[in-house]
Write a protein that binds this ligand. Structure first.
Ligand code: AMP
Length: 364
């Protein structure tokens, strides 16, 4: 069986790798001929509007999926006319736009921070809804904290609005959160849903640095995230892995963002869960039974950003799993990740301290 993946970054690479033990062949499609997934599986390198190349790419595939949400909607729809595209391109349409995303979340009963579109002719109307401080974001193409800024005063707000215009913008109330968490779940073709334990995420400079997984986390056990993911997945008749990023304020969870794909905060599942997010995504989109999402202990996932640690020293650490994406170092670039897996939180935190001796891991 052959699966097509739109996008050829590290997520495509890890999907392709997860497909091999299942006997799958994957082919990737990315306009960038150096896309790092091309090192592990065949890569078609053509623009996203090269319709003949896309038609050929769709041919012979059991289904096509995508590994980043900025694949043009037109491209996904074009492929969908030829072969099933899972998850549904409708998810792209909604989650590519921060305004539609938040409207959709509220419509299915998932709370978000107060938000409003910023109307170019009346920018102050949005401020009335969000209050200050607030976050100004571009509606589209923002990632890793790009295309956004926090305003404390009306002046700062107007400066940000001017900086980002003419892009369509959204304002959101600034949430004084205690933690950032993400819920990762998967829905099979037959409607079965499985949800991994809640992940605690630590960002710096808008980029995810460290994810922690404590299966006995009180909030995870309370299970609000299960309800939210179930609503999301069922309302879209969604098939595949989805990630919901949220802010924890007291006992409450407020949704920030949805990724209709495998997610960086789920990389720990490769060694830390019975079945990885990558394998479960492939199982789901191919109509196969899902694998167990049970955690295998306490994990930490550390992103390798901009620079690499001394590889020998990493490989000497116990219960430490290195993943490099085959990319050349560049400031701010995700080059790989390391997963630490332990039987107790204490042991996991000790492993993190060992890693800190050789790599600048953010304090969590
Ligand atoms: P995003 O691109 O929406 O995921 O935002 C990147 C990061 O900015 C988040 O992980 C948060 O740390 C922070 N952030 C985004 N929106 C808000 C908000 N409404 N209130 C507080 N912090 C935010």
């Amino acid at each position: 069986m052959q699966v097509g993946i739109l996008g050829g970054g590290q997520l495509g690479r890890m999907l392709a790798l997860a497909g091999y033990p299942l006997g799958l062949r994957t082919e990737l499609y990315d306009p960038n001929p150096d896309a790092c997934a091309g090192q592990v599986a065949p890569l078609v390198s053509e623009p996203y509007d090269a319709w003949d190349a896309l038609a050929q790419f769709a041919g012979g595939k059991a289904c096509v999926t995508y590994e980043f949400e900025n694949v043009p909607l037109e491209t996904a729809r074009f492929v969908e006319e030829r072969v099933p595209v899972r998850p549904t391109p409708r998810a792209l349409e909604i989650f590519q736009d921060r305004l539609r995303e938040k409207q959709f979340l509220n419509a299915v009963g998932i709370p978000t921070p107060a938000f409003a579109p910023i109307e170019p002719t009346q920018p102050d109307a949005a401020l009335q809804i969000t209050g200050l401080p607030c976050v100004v974001k571009t509606r589209r193409f923002g990632y890793d904290g790009k295309g956004q800024g926090v305003a404390q005063t009306p002046q700062e707000y107007h400066t940000l609005v001017q900086r980002f215009q003419p892009h369509p913008l959204i304002a959101e109330a600034f949430v004084p959160f205690e933690r950032e968490v993400s819920a990762i779940g998967v829905r099979a073709l037959d409607g079965q849903i499985a949800v991994y334990p809640l992940v605690e995420n630590h960002h710096a400079g808008g980029i995810l640095r460290v994810s922690l997984v404590n299966p006995d986390d009180a909030l995870s056990q309370r299970g609000a995230h299960l309800t939210y993911l179930t609503r999301l997945l069922e309302s879209l008749d969604y098939v595949g892995v989805i990630a919901l990023e949220m802010f924890q304020v007291g006992d409450q969870l407020l949704a920030n963002e949805v990724a209709p794909r495998v997610h960086n905060s789920g990389h720990w599942t490769i060694e830390g869960a019975e079945t990885s997010q990558f394998e479960n995504h492939l199982r789901a989109i191919l109509g196969l039974p899902l694998g167990s999402v049970a955690p295998r202990g306490y994990c930490a996932m550390v992103n390798l950003i901009g620079e690499l640690p001394p590889i020998d020293a990493v490989l000497r650490l116990p219960n430490t799993h290195l993943h490099l994406y085959g990319k050349s170092p560049r400031p701010g670039r995700k080059l790989g990740h390391i997963t630490l897996r332990a039987d107790t939180p204490k042991e996991r935190d000790w492993l993190l301290e060992q890693l800190r001796q050789i790599y600048p891991v953010s304090r969590v």
